[in-house]
Design a protein. Structure first.
Length: 120
């Protein structure tokens, strides 16, 4: 696989209306957790992704149901993925699902699942 074919997609929830700072923090949690998971289960893919720019894209799912459905699809496809649940210290209640991180992984496989979501 060509290294330029690896990506990470961070999928937020459009319905939450998070502040920019909160959204950035939640996406950061997802990116870090996905990278740590990839280090354990797909170290070669992680290294290649990091060496070639660590491509990341942020998109928005319409709501919680769409985000949960996407997470299930990622798991079924065997993609590195992580669902962020907020601690509830600031803007939203504890346990609120905010972001699903996907990858690093094959861009075509991830895009097949996330391509219909709008860019943030």
């Amino acid at each position: 696989m060509g290294s330029d074919e690896l990506t990470m997609v961070l999928v937020t929830r459009k319905d939450l209306k998070l502040s920019k700072g909160k959204l950035a923090a939640q996406c950061s949690h997802a990116a870090v957790e996905c990278a740590l998971k990839a280090k354990r289960i797909r170290p070669n893919e992680l290294s290649s992704w990091l060496e070639n720019g660590a491509r990341k894209v942020v998109v928005a799912a319409p709501n919680l149901d769409a985000l949960k459905r996407l997470f299930g699809e990622c798991q079924a496809e065997g993609l590195v993925s992580y669902m962020v649940r907020d601690a509830g210290h600031t803007e939203i209640p504890p346990g609120t699902v905010t972001v699903v991180g996907i990858g690093p992984g094959p861009r075509d496989e991830i895009d097949a699942l996330t391509g219909s979501f709008s860019l943030v």
